[in-house]
Design a protein around this ligand. Structure first.
Ligand SMILES: Nc1ncnc2c(CN3C[C@H](CCSCCOCCO)[C@@H](O)C3)c[nH]c12
Length: 228
């Protein structure tokens, strides 16, 4: 089985690469893809670079060029739901694009014709994640993740996103990966560890907790791989 593990930033996949042996590097479309065997799984790992466009390119490349059959995303996110604290894990049940806006034509936020506001993550992978969380004795929130091409550091913007989409967390890549995987019929699982609260302290908290939160997400992803 070929499994993709994506992040957006180097810090999000370094903890993954660091635990693998005989890692091969492949340059495709301006990005580096790492391949390695993990047990019986052919792993393909890459960080996309930040934002929806780069992450869509990487997801599509992993599937079309490397034959990825299941896609896992590991990274960090800003919290919207106040029960989510720094370091907490959230898996997306569904994802939306909070900055997609043609409301001038009467459409809802996050919608374009022939699209859908929410893309649902794979239920089986979410079940596996819930089992892994129980085995590890870690808390795993399952909820709505909103994606947009902006680093959110304002209570006003964060609250608007939370109210408009009933979102629990926000980031910049999950929904674009979801759209690509959904269109290409590849089951996907988006996991994020909270690095900040998307408020006025977000920039400082993000810099402080990126590494430790990225590691928490990566460690959970490894535990997931053992159950695939
Ligand atoms: N509050 C927030 N708003 C939006 N997204 C997030 C995320 C999730 N990831 C982190 C990263 C932030 C890119 S800006 C920092 C770049 O620094 C690069 C060095 O200058 C991008 O890949 C999305 C964590 N907190 C967030």
């Amino acid at each position: 089985m070929v499994v993709g593990v994506m992040g957006a930033m180097p810090e999000e996949i370094e903890p993954i690469i660091g635990r693998l042996e005989n890692v091969q590097k492949h340059e495709v479309a301006g990005n580096t893809y790492y391949t390695a065997l993990y047990g019986s799984i052919d792993l393909v790992i890459a960080y996309s670079k930040i934002g929806k466009v780069f992450s869509a390119l990487t997801a599509a490349t992993m599937i079309e060029k490397f034959g990825v059959q299941k896609m896992l995303f590991s990274g960090v996110a800003g919290a919207i739901n106040p029960e989510l604290k720094i370091g907490d894990l959230i898996a997306a049940t569904k994802l939306c694009q909070h900055d997609l806006d043609i409301t001038a034509f009467g459409h809802p936020y996050g919608f374009v014709p022939e699209g859908k506001v929410f893309v649902e993550a794979n239920p089986r992978l979410l079940e596996i994640a819930a089992d892994v969380a129980r085995k590890l004795g870690v808390k795993l929130k399952q909820g709505v993740i909103a994606t947009g091409d902006q680093f959110v550091a304002s209570l006003e913007r964060k609250s608007w996103i939370g109210e408009t989409f009933n979102a629990d967390a926000l980031e910049m890549e999950g929904a674009s990966v979801a759209v690509v995987c959904d269109a290409l019929n590849v089951p996907f699982f988006i996991l994020r560890a909270i690095s900040d609260a998307a408020d006025m302290d977000a920039g400082f908290d993000f810099d402080t907790f990126l590494q430790s939160s990225a590691l928490k997400s990566a460690e959970f992803i490894f535990a997931m791989l053992d159950e695939l």
